[in-house]
Design a protein around this ligand. Structure first.
Ligand code: SDX
Length: 424
């Protein structure tokens, strides 16, 4: 909705009027689409002040530490909802009623198995391959099995692809883990809920089917909710960009997984645990805080800082509470890494460098400690993030394709050679 205008005064040229668009909440945006008529582009590396699209799915107020999914605060969803109900909300815009939820859950359950031939893809990977390398491969490979539903302009194809991806990511993630362990892959079970089923496929074997701890399953489900979606972050923007070329949904999600892998993004949860191991003890914290502040040192305090949150990441607050619950349930009262993490947070939050830059713990700071306590190896942490974020990625993919869109194709400021001739 454009009810205000910005005026761009360019020396020696006529002023340019640009519409100002307002959303439901949040910052206004200046619509610069007509700027090309002046023969100029905007310049914004890293998209620090660029809105790439219009969306109704998630809203973040970084100054107030607010995260809403279709208007519902993340704290309320984490407390009162479950992951599949949150998936329905993200995909469809409203929470399901009892009948809609039952139908959605049943639909997901009936798509949790993967084609038997997909197992052969795993054997091409070294046993010690990073789980994210395998996930990039096998999720992209899903395209090869669903020729019946790759027409992105067909709403039914978009719908079944969304369900297949939400349903199969836990199965694939567990298969990746079992492959790295050299254990038989476990089939999903329809008598278990989403999080219980994932823990079953991860930790049970054909020799022994142990009951799943309801506390750990609830914590796992909450971790999935907390990672489900987060506006136009790097991996979601990657999925939208890939989708804008007409690529099939499985290829787009594989692209999102690749983007998430980086330690500045979803790879941070794994990097936090590696960092805590490197710090080793409370006595070394000051040395690492100094490294984080040293501009000549590439070291950053993993799990701290955020492009949007300049206040606490609300997910980190819920994650910390869940961390306490899980460690108490497991009787790990004085987990050394948790003690170290809490001391590190205390010190960092009082340090002027971090305070001046609004660097608070983000979603990745505590999640690794819970995942480790549940028994998930560090190398699988970003796979868990990708599993949970798939519903966010596919919701944005669906939203983009459901209304007119153009292929994403940014321009550039060229500072290379002018034309020169090849002299032989
Ligand atoms: C996720 O976008 C999303 O929504 C992502 C995510 C999601 O759900 O999709 O929330 C998930 O990726 C969370 C972030 C996980 N990454 C980390 O924990 C890695 C450590 N964090 C940093 O790499 C950094 O904070 C970023 C990448 C998260 C944000 O970087 P920005 O927005 O580009 O900020 P910046 O690098 O410009 O930092 C501003 C200043 C700089 O110092 P000055 O140049 O102003 O002196 O703060 C410093 C930075 O050097 N800084 C840090 C720091 N983070 C920023 N210094 C030390 N340690 C850090 N962690």
């Amino acid at each position: 909705m454009a009810d205000k205008k910005a005026q761009l005064i360019i020396e020696g040229a006529a002023p340019v009027e640009l519409p100002i668009l307002t959303g439901t909440v949040g910052p206004e945006v200046i619509d610069v689409r007509s700027l090309t008529s002046t023969g100029r582009f905007t310049f914004d590396p890293g998209f620090m002040s660029t809105a790439s699209c219009e969306s109704k799915i998630t809203y973040i107020d970084g100054d107030k530490g607010i995260l809403l999914h279709r208007g519902y605060p993340i704290e309320q969803l984490a407390e009162h909802s479950d992951y599949l109900e949150t998936c329905y909300l993200l995909l469809n815009g409203e929470l399901p009623n009892a009948e809609e939820k039952a139908k959605f859950v049943s639909n997901v359950k009936n798509h949790t198995m993967v084609h038997e031939q997909l197992k052969s893809f795993f054997n091409g990977f070294r046993r010690d391959a990073h789980p994210m390398a395998i996930m990039c491969g096998v999720v992209g490979a899903l395209s090869a099995f669903y020729h019946d539903s790759l027409d992105i302009n067909n709403p039914q194809h978009r719908e079944i692809s969304a369900v297949r991806l939400v349903a199969k990511m836990p199965t694939l993630a567990a298969m990746v883990y079992k492959y790295s362990m050299g254990q038989p892959m476990m089939y999903p079970r329809n008598d278990l809920n989403y999080a219980e089923n994932f823990l079953h496929m991860m930790f049970n074997t054909p020799c022994e089917i142990k009951p799943i701890s309801p506390v750990l399953a609830k914590a796992m489900d909450k971790i999935f909710i907390l990672h489900a979606d987060h506006e136009q972050n790097a991996s979601t923007s990657t999925v939208r960009l890939a989708g804008s070329s007409g690529a099939n949904p499985f290829a787009c999600i594989a692209a999102g997984i690749a983007a998430l892998w980086g330690p500045a993004h979803g790879g941070a949860n794994e990097a936090v645990l590696t960092m805590l191991d490197e710090i080793g003890s409370v006595e070394n914290i000051d040395k690492f805080i100094a490294k984080a502040k040293d501009k000549n040192d590439p070291f950053k305090l993993m799990g701290f800082g955020h492009r949007v949150y300049k206040n606490r990441d609300p997910r980190a607050t819920v994650m910390k509470q869940t961390c306490d619950e899980v460690l108490t349930e497991l009787g790990i009262h004085n987990d050394p890494q948790l003690q170290l993490a809490m001391r590190l947070e205390e010190i960092a939050l009082t340090d002027p460098y971090f305070k001046e830059r609004n660097l608070y713990p983000n979603v990745d700071f505590y999640s690794g400690i819970i995942l480790k306590a549940i028994g998930i190896p560090t190398s699988m942490f970003t796979v868990i993030f990708a599993l949970a974020r798939t519903v966010g990625w596919i919701s944005h993919w669906k939203e983009m394709l459901s209304s007119p869109y153009k292929i994403g194709r940014p321009r550039q400021l060229y500072t290379g050679y002018e034309q020169r001739d090849l002299k032989k």
